[in-house]
Design a protein around this ligand. Structure first.
Ligand code: HSE
Length: 297
């Protein structure tokens, strides 16, 4: 049995659409072993596909095919700490789990770069899959065939608060609302902010982060699909967040605060209640620098 721990991820980081992402301390756990039939168990009772459409199984099957092997069955036990369809990389976590587990079962024929490439080919963009695999903050460019990436570990005095609503927003719907074309000046607006964000995060110039998360490619279009999001932004900034952005395709809003901002998550929770947004959950997180880990077998 291979035991795997996969972190949740938060993509885009505001302006770095489809390019930046970081891993956070919220996890799915997956156990996998070869079997002559397909058996998929949801340990925590979460509703997941238990047939051949299960994403962990399809990713594992893809890896077997790449390695010239056939996969007919498998036993998969999933424990889902990452909420689904909330912009925290739950699909990428399944893809990465399937690839990493299958690779281990075959004796690790693929290297890290192969896994980064294959996971981005399956997902279509690398900004969740690469940090889920690698941890830290990842800057990634997918050229259609392979991913050019840099992982940087983050040792800053920051904490994150994921403000997670009780409704889902599919990535397909959140991508369908985006414009087909943008102005030249808006492209410049975004690329300058995306570069500012990662440089400022990594060097501790946190006063730049609020400017760095501002963008004109996706958040202005997606915010209309997230009732309550404007109020959430106001609340986290009122409690001293350095920055807040729509996590991935949404609907979660991710806030970044100083480690010394005492009771930040609790104060946000209290203000959400007072604003009639008590159904939103607040999860206090750290950046995960490890990425996907195969635990003791
Ligand atoms: N970069 C992607 C998006 C992340 O914003 O659509 C979600 O998979």
């Amino acid at each position: 049995m291979v035991n795997i721990r996969i972190p949740a991820t938060s993509a885009n980081l505001g302006a770095g659409f489809d390019a930046l992402g970081l891993a956070v301390s919220m996890y799915n756990y997956v156990q996998m072993e070869e079997s002559d039939r397909l058996e998929i168990i949801s340990e925590d009772g979460a509703q997941i596909p238990t047939d051949e459409n299960n994403m962990i199984f399809t990713a594992a099957k893809d890896l077997y095919e790449v390695c010239g092997k056939r996969l007919d069955g498998m036993k998969i036990v999933q424990t889902n700490g990452i909420p689904m369809t909330r912009g925290l990389g739950s699909s990428s976590a399944c893809i990465v789990a399937g690839l990493v587990g299958a690779n281990r079962l075959l004796g690790s024929p693929l290297c890290t770069d192969d896994l980064v490439n294959l996971s981005a080919q399956i997902e279509g963009h690398p900004d969740n899959t690469a940090p889920a695999l690698l941890g830290g903050i990842v800057t990634a460019v997918f050229d259609g065939k392979r991913v050019h990436w840099v992982k940087q570990e983050v040792f800053t005095k920051l904490k994150l608060a994921a403000v997670i609503p009780d409704f889902e927003l599919s990535t397909a719907k959140a991508r369908a609302c985006l414009p087909k074309q943008i102005d030249f000046k808006d492209a410049v607006y975004n690329l300058s902010r995306a570069a500012l964000f990662s440089a400022s995060l990594l060097t501790g110039k946190f006063e730049n982060l609020r400017t760095g998360v501002d963008d004109r490619l996706h958040q202005p279009y997606r915010i209309g699909l997230i009732p309550g999001a404007n109020e959430v932004f106001d609340i986290v900034y009122a409690h001293g967040a350095y920055a807040a952005y729509i996590s991935g395709a949404g609907p979660t809003i991710m806030a970044i605060a100083d480690e010394e901002n005492e009771f930040f998550a609790g104060k946000v929770r209290f203000s959400l209640e007072n604003a009639g947004l008590g159904s939103w959950r607040v999860a206090e997180l750290k950046i995960d620098n490890t990425g996907t880990e195969i635990q003791d077998e």
